[in-house]
Design a protein around this ligand. Structure first.
Ligand SMILES: C[S@@+](CC[C@H](N)C(=O)[O-])C[C@H]1O[C@@H](n2cnc3c(N)ncnc32)[C@H](O)[C@@H]1O
Length: 160
């Protein structure tokens, strides 16, 4: 199963980018042995000056166009479900075992994800009830994906 993070906005050369690249490459290196690989992070951006719901709907279109066709979608949203790292790892392992080819994680921009996109997702996950900057959410998600593959492969990175 291939996993991909797809986000609104461009991450310039910054400490967050360094961390993100590091976790994605660790995720790919550890995940391949257990049937999970990482696609490059994809970023989308609307250049026109749209506002509010019009902007969110356009960003939703761009996100859906950027992910692999037929990918299962997990949306990142503070109104989503909070779970432990072990439960998240189990969720990823179950999807892999079910034969899912591609799994896309979608992160919104400053306005958040369009409600229709959240409804389309097979799961909506939250890193707590607080709102985090989308640049940090990418890094947090990449780390949790790396942690998940270490849990699934019995690697000692995660200590419960
Ligand atoms: C700055 S936030 C947007 C907040 C926006 N006001 C909203 O209501 O969704 C940008 C993106 O980061 C992600 N995000 C922020 N906080 C999060 C959290 N606690 N859990 C999961 N994702 C989060 C979501 O994908 C969100 O669309």
């Amino acid at each position: 199963m291939r996993v991909q993070i797809c986000a609104v906005g461009r991450l310039k050369a910054a400490p967050e980018k360094h961390l993100l690249d590091d976790y994605i490459s660790r995720l790919d290196a550890t995940g391949r042995g257990i049937g999970i690989s990482a696609l490059p992070v994809c970023e989308v951006e609307e250049k026109r000056r749209l506002q509010g719901s019009e902007l969110m709907e356009r960003e939703a279109e761009l996100l859906l166009a950027a992910i692999p066709k037929g990918a299962l979608i997990i949306a990142l949203d503070e109104r989503g479900r909070i779970e432990t790292s072990e439960a998240f790892a189990k969720r990823i392992g179950t999807l892999r075992d079910s034969g899912a080819a591609d799994l896309a994680f979608l992160i919104g921009g400053a306005n958040g994800l369009a409600p229709a996109l959240r409804e389309r997702a097979s799961h909506v996950m939250a890193f707590g009830a607080m709102t985090w900057p989308h640049m940090l959410v990418r890094v947090m998600l990449a780390e949790q994906l790396y942690r998940a593959v270490t849990i699934l492969s019995g690697h000692p990175y995660h200590r419960a």
